[in-house]
Design a protein around this ligand. Structure first.
Ligand SMILES: Cc1cc2nc3c(=O)[nH]c(=O)nc-3n(C[C@H](O)[C@H](O)[C@H](O)COP(=O)(O)O)c2cc1C
Length: 354
């Protein structure tokens, strides 16, 4: 339970410095919270199969995600409202990711400007919530591409939000950072588009090709939980799938990402990169996901808590801890390179399946 403990400690330190409404938003999830809790438990239900008498004198976690080299396949998930943790928001997250040699997702609802995030030197992917007015999205995507985003993450689990608990009183937000506004449209543009920057709820697979055309970038679909949807995304041109329950924040009764990953890998894993997030609370759990066949894992709340507690250094420390645990796991498995980690190294226990 060591990996859980250091993250829980970090969350407590973050909560101590954050206004209540911000820490409540970062902790919030859907329904009764069971998808979030069980999502964490399901990752802990995998067990690794150590192998002895193999040369374990050196380990490498280096790999590539959609052609971009990273020090380890542990990436930062896109999260809104990082300016609530620190006024510089994603600029510090990018600095921490750069120190850790990895890549970050940048939310549509970022309060930091693309150029300032990009200047930190970490590769980044732009997460798209398609707006009701597609021109607003087109402008944002073009600006992200111009600021050298390397891919788009199209978040597809956008159907009406699962109830977030504990409840957030929206009256609190005007006192803090503005909720759900991007710093990458001008005030004039925000006034012009008005509530049409709200999330569109009428997306179809055609959106994938449209975004690829507008940006010239590969598109990953985030929030896929079934093989049949993964197939629809890949057939429509997605170059990656991110298996995710949005950290248990969408459908409170949905399957967990650990449960969904194997069927999605079986359906599209030989054609595109499959990534996974939601409830991965350490390098050991990341190792299980990668052994199953995921190309990378994305980390959400622990990074946000690191940002709130210790700024860019906190982000780098969180990512470094995941990387160190990954190295330890590889060493115990007798594996030299993360590229050699595979299904033979992991078994399911309890509700999880391989
Ligand atoms: C505070 C917060 C804000 C988030 N904002 C977004 C967002 O703007 N876009 C998005 O696609 N996902 C968003 N997510 C979901 C994360 O990208 C990711 O799927 C999730 O946090 C992973 O689960 P974990 O927190 O258990 O690691 C958010 C998550 C949190 C905790």
């Amino acid at each position: 339970m060591r990996s859980v403990t250091w993250i829980e400690d970090l969350a407590r330190r973050a909560d101590a410095v954050l206004p209540d409404y911000v820490s409540a938003y970062y902790h919030s999830n859907a329904g009764d919270g069971s998808c979030d809790r069980e999502g964490i438990a399901d990752w802990n239900a995998f067990r690794m199969r150590p192998s002895v008498l193999r040369d374990a004198s050196a380990q490498s976690t280096a790999t590539e995600v959609l052609g971009t080299p990273v020090a380890a396949p542990v990436l930062v998930a896109p999260m809104a409202q990082q300016v609530g943790a620190r006024p510089e928001g994603e600029v510090l997250t990018a600095r921490g990711a750069a120190k850790a040699g990895t890549l970050l997702g940048v939310s549509t609802n970022t309060g930091a400007r693309f150029a300032d995030i990009a200047a930190e030197g970490a590769p980044w992917w732009y997460q798209v919530y398609v707006a009701r007015n597609r021109d607003a999205t087109r402008i944002l995507v073009e600006r992200a591409a111009a600021a050298e985003a390397k891919a788009l993450i199209l978040t597809v689990d956008t159907t009406p939000l699962g109830r977030e608990v504990p409840a957030i009183d929206p009256r609190n937000w005007p006192a803090g950072p503005r909720k759900n506004r991007t710093a990458n449209l001008t005030e004039a543009e925000l006034d012009r588009f008005g509530s049409d920057t709200d999330m569109a709820l009428d997306l179809t697979p055609d959106t994938i090709g449209w975004l690829a055309d507008v940006s010239g970038l590969p598109v990953l679909c985030k929030g896929v939980l079934t093989a049949r949807d993964a197939r629809r995304c890949v057939d429509a041109g997605a170059e990656g799938i991110i298996v995710s329950t949005h950290g248990g924040r969408r459908l409170g009764t949905s399957v967990t990402s650990a449960f969904a990953l194997p069927e999605i890998l079986a359906e599209v894993g030989s054609e595109v990169e499959v990534h996974v997030d939601s409830g991965i609370r350490g390098g050991a759990q990341a190792a299980a996901a990668i052994a199953l066949g995921a190309k990378a894992v994305h980390v959400g709340r622990p990074v946000m808590w690191g940002l709130a507690a210790d700024g860019a250094d906190g982000v780098a420390t969180v990512l470094g801890n995941y990387q160190a645990e990954l190295v330890t796991t590889l060493r115990q498995l007798g594996i030299g390179s993360i590229r050699d980690l595979g299904p033979a190294d992991v078994v399911a226990r309890g509700a999880a399946r391989v």
